[in-house]
Structure formats: C-alpha cells, structure tokens
Design a binder for this molecule. Structure first.
Ligand SMILES: [Zn+2]
Length: 250
C-alpha cells in the first residue's frame, strides 16, 4: 500500500540530495549534515554525507524517498563520508578511504590497526584544515564480509596469514572497489587531493580513475604484539610501503 507523501518532506530534503550517475544506475548522495564528533576528547565539527546505490536513475527524489521504508536498508550497509573545512575549493585537501572494520573500528580490536587509523586520519584531516574521510561499508575484511572475516581469523589462529586465510576461503586477497567513492569524491571536489595511505594500490586506483593526486601521506603507528604479524603481512605480501622508523617490519 502506498503511503501518502507529505510534500514538506520533499521540500526539506530535495536541496540536500544529489544524483550521481554511474554505469549501473545512480548514487544518491545526501548531505551535508552537521556532525560534531568527539575526537580524542575534543569536539570537532564535520559535515557528513551518506550515499545509496540504486538501479533507478531519477531526479524525482520523491520516488526514491518513497521506496526507503520497504527496501530494508539496515540489512545492507551504506557508505558515508565526513568532510572537514572548505573541501570543495581549498587548494590542498587530504583524504582517506577507510575500509569498514567492525572489530577494529567499533570494538577497538588490537588484531589490526584500523581503529587507530580511523581516528588518526580524522585528526590529520582536522589538523590540516580540510579534507574528507570516506567510510567504505562494503569493504569489511578487504571485501570478504564480516562472517568470512570471522572464519579467516580462526584460520589465522591456526597458522595462516591474512592473505593465505582469505585465499583459503576462496577469495582473492583484495576485492575492494573504490569506484563509487571516487564518483562521490568527484561530486564534492574536482581539485587534486593528497591521499592518506600506506597502500600503493589505493593510490593507483585513484590515479586510474583519472583523479589528480597531488601526494601521499603515510599512516602508521598503533603497533602491538597483537597486530605485529598482520602489519608485517601488509608490508611483505600486500605491497604496503614501509615507513622508516614507524613500521614494525624487520
Ligand atoms: Zn581492521
């Protein structure tokens, strides 16, 4: 049954929705939304945007809003981006493409360095004065999903490294795709960006998508006995660039 639509809702929302066409359909980007966050005890105000992929391509946003309550979005993850400062126009901006990590980001797991990298990159962006943190929700466990990641962790407790465990479960080592995030980035800023990463594949993905990349900022730091092996695998097997003095590598 179709619900009656309050025209006020569309009036309020339509200026905050942007249609981005993709090869498969469209991305609907909603925002900016003021989001004060607690960052190491300080309140920092970001502008938050969230996006949704749809097959349907329409400027009639009422059609999209009408579908929301029946498509069970909570069962599917949506990605979002935190923007800081004058991201569209400032000459230099730094960005981070952060892959979701349920265990690291939410629980603060020490098996990886994700939670640390998330907070640290938000801090780097705020200190830089402008930038964006893309939180990529379909990237759990390098794209294998949370349930598979749980199994991969069990394999890792039995002698497999990160790459071997993913491959043993039938996945390619890294199945992450940055296409949608790059389209959203292009909608928010067209000038060059500096990428916060230790991963040259991410740098390459951005360059391949035709973005002007002005540089790379490394991000290492939270090394402990729990993630030392994981970090070593990142450097030795996944082509991550080692940074002198801050990496646990031999
Ligand atoms: Zn992690």
């Amino acid at each position: 049954m179709k619900k009656t639509f309050d025209s006020k809702v569309l009036e309020v929302l339509e200026d905050k929705i942007k249609l981005i066409k993709t090869d498969k359909g469209a991305i609907y980007l909603v925002g900016p939304i003021r989001l004060p966050v607690n960052l190491y005890g300080e309140t920092v105000v970001f502008q938050w945007y969230c996006w949704l992929n749809c097959d349907e391509v329409t400027e009639d946003f009422e059609r999209i809003i009408n579908k929301l309550s029946s498509v069970n979005l909570a069962e599917l993850q949506q990605s979002s981006v935190l923007v800081y400062g004058d991201f569209e126009y400032d000459k230099d901006a730094i960005i981070r493409f952060h892959s979701i990590c349920h265990t690291g980001d939410i629980f603060g797991s020490k098996r990886c360095d994700c939670g640390f990298q998330l907070k640290q990159s938000m801090k780097m962006i705020a200190e830089h004065g402008n930038g964006a943190l893309f939180y990529l929700a379909n990237h759990e466990g390098r794209g294998i999903g949370l349930f598979s990641k749980a199994m991969a962790y069990i394999l890792q407790e039995n002698g497999y490294d990160t790459v071997e465990a993913n491959e043993a479960l039938g996945f390619v080592d890294d199945s992450r795709n940055y296409g949608d995030a790059i389209l959203v980035l292009k909608a928010l800023r067209t000038k060059p960006v500096t990428l916060i990463t230790n991963n040259p594949k991410k740098l390459q993905a951005l360059k391949n998508a035709g973005l002007e990349v002005s540089g790379r900022e490394p991000l290492w730091g939270d090394i402990s006995k729990y993630n030392e092996k994981y970090l070593k695998t990142k450097v030795n097997k996944s082509g991550h660039l080692e940074v002198e003095g801050t990496c646990c590598n031999d």
